[in-house]
Design a protein around this ligand. Structure first.
Ligand code: ATP
Length: 306
């Protein structure tokens, strides 16, 4: 089976401050996982704020250098310093979808201008008919059409519609992989599921793999095939999404699941955090431990006991 994406033992350290107050932040530590080229999937990265999700995504997109390890896309090293042609070819295959669609579009520019310039760039053409066709096809894939979008500015659309336009833009080069960093967190709660379902249909109907980055366990449970849970830069648990979320093993994964607000518990007045779980999860921070493969197909980080 061939590999679409191979993240091999990747770490990222940021150095901050001057000569005298130098501080090193290890944003990602020894992350490894791979996606198959034959079996499209939604692969989710979950973790609290600052756990390294975005840094990992930026390295996969070639927007950030890795400090150690390597990332291969279809066997070729992802390299942000590769020449213009090589970068363009890579970007046609791995497209980002960002969190805030209102930031992704300039409020003074009509939406179709973005779609047009992406089509021109990746299809290497100035032929208006070809560009219009590519834009319309991409918009149809997300449940819109060029007729509906033409002439409109970003503020004339809802957050959900605009995020659909951002996803349509990303689909223009027909990429096999999308990296969606918190794509629903800025969209109204009532429209969120339509975007989540859209990601699902991109996988099921178009064969696009998606790396879905989120804080939200509920949508992760609903759409993911596999997931990794990250705590302060380290993968603490990885495996089939339902296996992991039905019965999380690592203390941090259990804490995350335990922190999800259940309406039943809230109704019963059971909202206090469990201090012993918080302590257990915090005790693991900074300890490398070892990610151990388990017979049920998941991997869980374990620590030596004193
Ligand atoms: N350019 C940078 N320079 C210095 N430190 C950085 C930089 N980018 C990220 N970091 C640090 O790396 C760590 C991981 O950050 P990252 O943004 O990847 O986390 P995250 O899980 O995506 O968080 P969030 O959910 O809030 O977006 C944090 O401690 C952050 O402060």
């Amino acid at each position: 089976m061939s590999t679409l994406l191979d993240v091999r033992d990747v770490s990222k350290r940021f150095t901050m401050g001057g000569l005298f107050g130098r501080k090193v932040v290890e944003a990602v530590s020894n992350a490894s996982f791979s996606l198959s080229a034959e079996k499209p999937e939604i692969f989710t990265i979950i973790g609290e704020s600052g756990s390294g999700k975005t840094t990992l995504a930026r390295m996969i997109l070639g927007l950030e250098d890795v400090t150690e390890g390597e990332i291969l896309f279809r066997g070729e090293k992802v390299d942000r310093h590769a020449g213009r042609e090589a970068r363009l070819k890579f970007m046609g295959n791995v497209q980002p979808v960002f969190q805030n669609p209102f930031e992704a579009f300039n409020p003074l520019k009509k939406i179709e201008r973005y779609l047009e310039s992406t089509a021109r760039r990746f299809l290497h053409t100035n032929d208006k008919a070809v560009i219009d066709k590519a834009m319309d096809e991409a918009l149809q894939k997300v449940g819109l059409s060029l007729k509906e979008v033409r002439g409109r500015f970003p503020h004339e659309m809802s957050g959900g519609q605009l995020q659909r336009c951002a996803i349509a833009r990303a689909l223009i080069p027909n990429p096999p992989l999308l990296i969606a960093d918190e794509p629903v967190s800025m969209v109204d709660a009532s429209l969120r599921m339509s975007i989540v379902n859209l990601l699902k249909s991109l996988r099921d109907d178009l064969g696009v793999s998606v790396i879905y980055i989120t804080h939200d366990l509920a949508t992760a449970y609903y759409i993911s095939n596999r997931l990794i849970i990250m705590q302060r830069g380290r993968i603490v648990e990885m495996g089939d999404a339902r296996t992991v979320l039905d019965n999380p093993e690592h203390p941090y994964s259990r804490l995350l699941k335990g922190s999800v607000l259940s309406t039943d518990d809230a109704g019963a007045g059971k909202l206090e955090t469990q201090p012993e779980m918080v302590k257990l999860a915090n005790d693991m921070v900074g300890k490398p431990g070892k990610l151990v493969d388990r017979p049920d197909g998941r991997s869980v980080r374990v620590y030596e006991t004193a």
